[in-house]
Design a protein around this ligand. Structure first.
Ligand code: GDG
Length: 490
């Protein structure tokens, strides 16, 4: 493909969609990085006509960044981060300030002025990179909470481009958001976009309410009107921005094909056999994150085993807890708690040949995940707060044999779209235990009815429709002035 200087479509996300692998002989290779966003944008790119796109993101290691390079249809534009920036902007401000604040303050957010200074500087670097690669009138799609200042910083230099931002995580109620010492700057940063996409209508409403309460903006329905201020470059001009729900989804056709492949079917049988062919397999798949409600799930499962309501002779629970953010203290503490609980339950109720909980703190290939879904009679998804939760959508898609049952927390974005799931409140341990038992014991016909409806929903609202809806929302924004009207570059 060409190595043009500028591109009509630019994606900006914290991470590039590739990982660098260093071979023993010192040679390096880029491999597609696993993950929801990569899969989603890969589908978008397959539908994109032409090879005219660039992706701006961090390459995954600190220090000097490699030169821009091509990967398939994409021009990859690495943004460097030093070890200190990785610690302050990413692990600090993004994952220890914003992440807990945006997830209902499940753990207390940490506020450090030096982290904020670094977040601003890194967002400026991303914005500069976007401006460098965006062609006149380009469409720029910014992703997630790590880059909330980028829309206004790009807008300041490039009023000619269309800017959309999508939030993969929840947007908190103003009562929580207001804790953030830099709340005005974040809102002004976002208001630099033309269109803001959220997982749920409630997230979009929370954002609009924050703009009204914190900035004194006018918010009517999905429109936020903001007069701007001239105290800094984050939102100096009057703007009207649309904030709406565009729930993300999965590549349903692709995932079904994977789950249906001979290799995955065979592997599923192998897994079941290796477990000793239990009557019921319960499954949890999550990044090891305090938002995912793993501790609450274990509490309920542990009590069910203790009560004798389920027995390890018939029921086994597999928990895949993918390693995540291991340098952040809250994640280390969580890991210790979870592993202590799993050890306690297994020690008390397992016996030789009948293990109550199989705990796997590892990351697996997609094929293995699909095989695990096929094995799971009941999928347990119990987050305390989750933007969407793609695992729920993957599970119902993989179980197109109509079997299986989905237990789903009402605090996930997915719950809004998946009312036929066995809904639960993970804080209510007694209720959660009852729901798990119902999901195990309900009649097969009832389970099949629920699964059919859930599968249909995901098939109709897949990642391709998500991307199309987002881009349509962005396209509907008013025309931008031409670049000749742009401010001089700073
Ligand atoms: C954020 C929001 C929102 C997990 N372990 C492995 C693995 N996974 C895959 C799953 C799924 C994805 O990672 C996880 O997606 P989730 O949606 O469950 O959660 P987050 O990582 O927290 O993602 C979330 C999402 O963004 C998208 O907008 O839904 O609310 O928090 O696809 O299958 N994949 C492989 N090996 C693993 O070990 N291959």
């Amino acid at each position: 493909m060409s190595s043009r200087q500028t591109y009509d479509f630019v994606i900006a996300a914290n991470r590039l969609p590739v990982d660098r692998h260093v071979h023993p002989d010192g040679s390096t290779e880029w491999r597609t990085a696993p993950g929801g966003l990569v899969t989603a944008m890969d589908s978008v790119m397959r539908g994109w006509d032409g090879d005219d796109a660039a992706w701006v993101g961090w390459p995954g290691f600190s220090g000097e960044a490699p030169e821009p390079f091509d990967e398939g249809k994409l021009r990859l534009h690495p943004v460097p981060l030093s070890a200190q920036e990785l610690s302050d902007y990413y692990e600090g401000f993004s994952n220890d300030t914003l992440w807990p604040l945006y997830h209902d303050v499940i753990v207390p957010p940490t506020f450090h002025r030096s982290w904020w200074t670094c977040y601003r500087a890194v967002n400026q670097r991303f914005a500069d990179a976007v401006c460098e690669v965006a062609a006149e009138g380009a469409t720029v799609w910014v992703h997630d909470y790590q880059l909330q200042l980028v829309p206004a910083l790009v807008r300041d230099k490039r009023p000619d481009v269309r800017i959309g931002w999508f939030n993969h995580i929840p947007f908190p109620p103003v009562e929580l958001f207001a804790q953030l010492p830099w709340r005005e700057s974040i809102l002004r940063g976002l208001l630099g976009a033309d269109f803001l996409g959220f997982q749920r209508p409630d997230d979009a409403r929370n954002f609009a309410r924050s703009c009204r309460t914190v900035l004194g903006a006018t918010a009517r329905g999905e429109k936020v009107e903001w007069q701007g201020t001239d105290d800094d470059r984050l939102g100096a001009a009057p703007r009207t921005v649309r904030a709406a729900a565009v729930p993300i989804s999965i590549d349903a056709a692709g995932f079904r094909e994977l789950a249906d492949s001979d290799a995955v079917r065979e592997r599923a049988e192998e897994i079941r056999e290796s477990l000793g062919n239990p009557e019921v397999v319960l499954l949890g798949v999550d990044r090891l994150d305090y938002t995912k409600g793993i501790r609450h799930r274990l509490r309920a499962i542990g009590e069910l085993f203790d009560d004798g309501a389920i027995s390890p002779d018939q029921v086994t629970f597999i928990q895949v807890a993918t390693p995540s953010r291991e340098r952040v203290q809250a994640y280390r503490t969580l890991r210790e708690q979870i592993e202590g609980t799993v050890g306690r339950i297994n020690g008390d109720v397992s016996h030789l040949g009948a293990t109550a909980i199989h705990y796997l703190h590892q990351s697996y290939p997609r094929e293995e995940m699909a095989a695990l879904y096929r094995v799971a009679d009941v999928m347990l998804i119990t987050p305390l707060r989750d933007g969407m939760n793609l695992v729920a959508k993957e599970y119902v898609t993989a179980r197109h044999d109509g079997k299986g049952a989905l237990v789903l927390s009402e605090f996930t974005g997915a719950a809004e779209e998946m009312p036929q799931a066995y809904r639960c409140n993970p804080h209510d341990i007694a209720g959660l235990k009852e729901t798990i038992l119902r999901a195990i014991n309900d009649e097969p016909a009832e389970k099949e009815r629920r699964m059919r409806a859930l599968r249909r929903r995901v098939r109709k609202h897949d990642v391709q429709t998500w991307a199309a809806d987002f881009l349509a929302g962005l396209e509907a924004a008013p025309e931008r002035p031409s670049r000749s009207g742009a401010k001089a570059q700073a």
